[in-house]
Design a protein around this ligand. Structure first.
Ligand code: OOG
Ligand code: MG
Length: 262
């Protein structure tokens, strides 16, 4: 696919988010939309957002790292996208549903790094060694595609459905925990939506980070000290409505809440 077409798709996705209007999947019209091309489009999209929104790059998010999510979205491999500073929401202020198309929320773990992580041979111990802190995270995803339906390449181009995220206000060093055994309870308006353990994310959440670091290396990129990375959801994403109160609690590392208003 030539540069002009990649630019055109990035611009359509950019306008879709800005205007809150869904677009059709691109994969149908462009059979040569491979994952590799889609990551090029994602970079162009992120550049547009950085230029337009007076924000900065703060890290990345993984997606489709659990069986539950892969099944839910009918996609069978993990992906990643970029997080920008203006995607972060405070856990203490209601989040307006106004800017979203069809938002969903999902339970994740945030990693905050104080060392660089560079592929191609990153392992789980290396990820943990580079991690300053972990904290519970709620990711609000909002696909720009009609009916929240897409192929693997479509969702990569769309910055992996990134929209907003909320992280816990207490940070914990990961060395004190076995992240694969760490239990979580995800609730909506006081009712349990799902429960799980860290192992839901590729057997160990740090394996997802290692996978991404190794994948980033193929395009000469890496994870930098100071960056945040979201693990990908441990369980299914759920839709959000006005007045919903969502909470996520993990064994040993506290909880994070998000409240929504019109
Ligand atoms: C793609 C993004 C998935 C996760 O945590 O699995 C994701 C989507 O489901 O729209 O963020
Ligand atoms: Mg997610």
């Amino acid at each position: 696919m030539n540069q002009q077409k990649k630019e055109k798709i990035a611009e359509e996705l950019f306008q879709s988010e800005k205007q809150g209007v869904e677009v059709d999947q691109f994969s149908a019209d462009y059979p040569n939309l491979t994952a590799e091309v889609a990551y090029d489009i994602q970079s162009l999209l992120v550049k547009k957002k950085l230029a337009d929104e007076d924000t900065k790059f703060v890290g990345r998010k993984l997606g489709l790292t659990s069986e539950a999510k892969m099944k839910q979205m009918n996609v069978d491999a993990p992906i990643y996208g970029s997080l920008l500073a203006n995607m972060e929401c405070s856990p203490y202020e209601p989040i307006s549903l106004e800017p979203f198309i069809h938002p969903k929320i999902e339970p994740e773990i945030a990693f905050i790094f104080n060392k660089d992580i560079k592929g191609p041979h990153v392992t789980i111990p290396q990820v943990l060694e580079a991690t300053a802190y972990i904290t519970p995270a709620l990711e609000i995803i909002d696909s720009r595609y009609r009916d929240f339906t897409f192929t693997f390449a479509d969702v990569i181009a769309d910055n992996a459905s990134s929209s907003r995220y909320v992280i816990g206000s207490q940070y914990y060093e990961p060395q004190a925990f076995d992240l694969s055994l760490m239990g979580m309870v995800f609730k909506k308006n006081g009712e349990i939506v799902s429960t799980g353990t860290g192992a839901a994310v590729m057997g160990h959440p740090a394996r997802a980070i290692a996978w991404m670091a190794n994948k980033l290396d193929t395009s000469g990129e890496s994870i930098g000290a100071g960056e945040i990375v979201l693990s990908g959801a441990l369980g299914e994403a759920i839709t959000i409505d006005e007045n919903d109160v969502i909470s996520l609690s993990f064994d040993g590392i506290g909880s994070v809440n998000a409240t929504f208003t019109r």
